[in-house]
Design a protein around this ligand. Structure first.
Ligand SMILES: C[S@@+](CC[C@H](N)C(=O)[O-])C[C@H]1O[C@@H](n2cnc3c(N)ncnc32)[C@H](O)[C@@H]1O
Length: 225
């Protein structure tokens, strides 16, 4: 597969993106959804390309519709950093309560393998109950956001060591039950997507932090995949 052969079929980025200085690096967001975590990488200075199997009309960065496992295998080495938000339903407690885990394939395990095979630094995001090494355990309340939303992040370079304030859950914080409300999407910082799309989204603040750490390591040539 020739380098950047995917570019011809990609949807270009939106014109309204917030300004920020480019850090010279490019990240691939595999299973990008409507772009909550992509926005964090953008704010951290990265150029972002997203891949999702659905058309994702609200996604505001360069977008390719397709299978993320195939795309990472074919084109992952063309990026400085690869992020994977592999679907969480297989591991979600709510699937065990209300559905059947067997109906939702585990893409995290093959996703990690395909990311590692590229030799590029990577970040994987998922639910607290998923089998990830918790290099970062993040909640909206640590960033001053009015949402309780816990997510684990595994990185190829391990934890960064910055101290964050602990979670704090006053009653005024919006919890899971408020998902699919406009206020919840906005409180996460996902103002450009619909409230329905935001059900699956993760606050940009999380990858703005991780992206800055990744860029520091990449700049220093210290990231190992
Ligand atoms: C949890 S959502 C991602 C949310 C995103 N990180 C955000 O912050 O907005 C997971 C996404 O994976 C996509 N997906 C599931 N299987 C996929 C596959 N094989 N290839 C590409 N995308 C896939 C779904 O369509 C969904 O949009």
């Amino acid at each position: 597969m020739s380098p950047r052969s995917w570019l011809a079929g990609a949807r270009p980025p939106a014109v309204w993106l917030p300004e920020r200085p480019w850090n010279g690096l490019r990240v691939l967001d595999a299973c990008c959804g409507a772009g909550g975590l992509s926005m964090g990488y953008h704010l951290a200075g990265f150029d972002v390309v997203g891949v999702d199997k659905e058309p994702m009309p609200s996604y505001p960065f360069t977008f390719v519709q397709g299978d993320a496992l195939d795309f990472v295998a074919d084109h992952g080495p063309e990026f400085d950093l690869i992020h994977g938000s592999w679907p969480c339903q297989h591991f979600a407690r709510v699937t065990a309560w209300r559905g059947n885990r067997a109906d939702h394939p585990d893409l995290l395990t093959p996703g990690r393998k395909v990311m590692q095979a590229t030799g590029r630094p990577y970040v994987i995001e998922n639910l607290p109950e998923a089998p990830l090494r918790p290099d970062y355990v993040l909640c909206g309340s640590q960033f001053g956001l009015r949402v309780r939303r816990h997510r684990l992040f595994e990185t190829s370079w391990g934890p960064c060591g910055d101290l964050l304030p602990p979670c704090w859950h006053p009653a005024s914080l919006l919890s899971f039950e408020h998902k699919e409300e406009r206020a919840y999407a906005d409180a996460m910082g996902c103002t450009w997507m619909s409230a329905k799309e935001a059900r699956q989204a993760v606050p940009p603040a999380y990858t703005e932090l991780i992206g800055r750490h990744a860029a520091q390591h990449l700049g220093a040539g210290q990231v190992v995949a």
